[in-house]
Design a protein around this ligand. Structure first.
Ligand SMILES: C[S@@+](CC[C@H](N)C(=O)[O-])C[C@H]1O[C@@H](n2cnc3c(N)ncnc32)[C@H](O)[C@@H]1O
Length: 237
C-alpha cells in the first residue's frame, strides 16, 4: 500500500536535506531538527559545503529534474521547490536512498524565493510544467509573468539561464509574449522539443538539451499521453 500524506510529511520532516516554511510571513525555514534556519546566502557554505553552481527547480512536484541533475551531475548543486510536501517526498526519498549530497528540497511558496536566496546565489532555474492558470484573471500567477520574472532577476546570476518545459500552448505563447515585454532574451524555443531533437539531435549540443529531452516528469507523461506536444523555452533575464 502506498504511504499516506501524513506519513510522508513526517518522513520529510526528519530528512536533513529538506527545509520547510511553515509560516509564509517568516523568512526562515525549518530544518530536520526543528530549528529555524536562514538559508538565504548560505546554501553553499552551510549546506552543500562546496562552490559548485546552484540549479533550482520550481514547481518541482516529485522533483524529477532535481533527481536527474543530482544523479547525473555531481558537480552541480540542485534544489527542488514546491509547496506540496507529499510530492516533494518522492524526490527527497530518492536523494536519501541514493546517498546524494548535492540535492535539497524546499517546501515553500515560490513567492517566498527572496527569503531563500540572495542576489546571484542561483546559477540556473528550471520551471517544469508549472500550472498554466488558464483563466486570464489568474495570469499574474503564471511563473513567467512579470512578477515572477522580477523575482528570478533578484536571485539569478548575470546571464544565468531559465528553462521552461510545458505541455500548455497557452502558457508557451503567453511566456514568449511576456518575455519580450519584460526585456528577457529568448535563447531558443521549440513548440515540440522532441520533434526538434529527432531532427537536430539537440541532446548532443549541451547538458540542458540533454536534460530537456531525456527527463520526463509526472505531468509531462500525463499530457504527452493526451497528445500534447512538449514545449521548451530557454531564456535569460
Ligand atoms: C502541474 S504540477 C507540475 C509538477 C512537476 N513539475 C511535474 O512536471 O510533474 C505544478 C506544481 O506546482 C506547485 N505549485 C503551484 N503553485 C506553487 C507556488 N506558488 N509555490 C510552490 N509550488 C507551487 C504545485 O504544488 C504542483 O506540484
Amino acid at each position: 500500500m502506498s504511504k499516506g500524506k501524513l506519513e510522508k510529511f513526517s518522513e520529510i520532516s526528519a530528512m536533513p536535506h529538506v527545509f520547510q516554511n511553515f509560516n509564509w510571513k517568516l523568512p526562515t525555514l525549518q530544518n530536520y531538527k526543528g530549528e529555524q534556519v536562514a538559508m538565504k546566502g548560505k546554501w553553499r557554505s552551510d549546506f552543500f559545503k562546496n562552490d559548485h553552481p546552484i540549479v533550482i527547480e520550481l514547481a518541482c512536484g516529485y522533483g524529477e529534474y532535481t533527481m536527474a541533475i543530482a544523479e547525473r551531475y555531481p558537480n552541480l548543486n540542485v534544489i527542488g521547490i514546491d509547496v506540496k510536501g507529499n510530492r516533494i517526498w518522492r524526490g527527497a526519498k530518492f536523494v536519501q536512498d541514493k546517498g546524494l549530497k548535492n540535492a535539497a528540497f524546499v517546501r515553500t511558496q515560490i513567492e517566498q524565493l527572496l527569503d531563500c536566496f540572495e542576489a546571484e546565489e542561483v546559477d540556473e532555474i528550471w520551471l517544469t510544467f508549472p500550472d498554466p492558470r488558464k483563466e486570464h484573471r489568474r495570469s499574474r500567477k503564471r511563473l513567467t509573468s512579470a512578477r515572477f520574472l522580477d523575482l528570478y532577476r533578484q536571485i539569478l546570476k548575470k546571464d544565468g539561464l531559465v528553462h521552461l518545459k510545458t505541455d500548455s500552448t497557452l502558457l508557451y505563447e503567453y511566456s514568449l509574449e511576456s518575455l519580450e515585454e519584460n526585456d528577457c532574451k529568448i535563447v531558443v524555443h521549440y513548440r515540440d522539443v522532441y520533434a526538434a531533437n529527432e531532427k537536430e539531435n539537440l541532446a548532443a549540443i549541451d547538458r540542458n538539451f540533454d536534460l530537456a529531452t531525456s527527463v520526463k516528469t509526472r505531468y509531462e507523461n500525463i499530457h504527452a499521453e493526451l497528445g500534447e506536444t512538449i514545449k521548451y523555452v530557454r531564456f535569460k533575464l
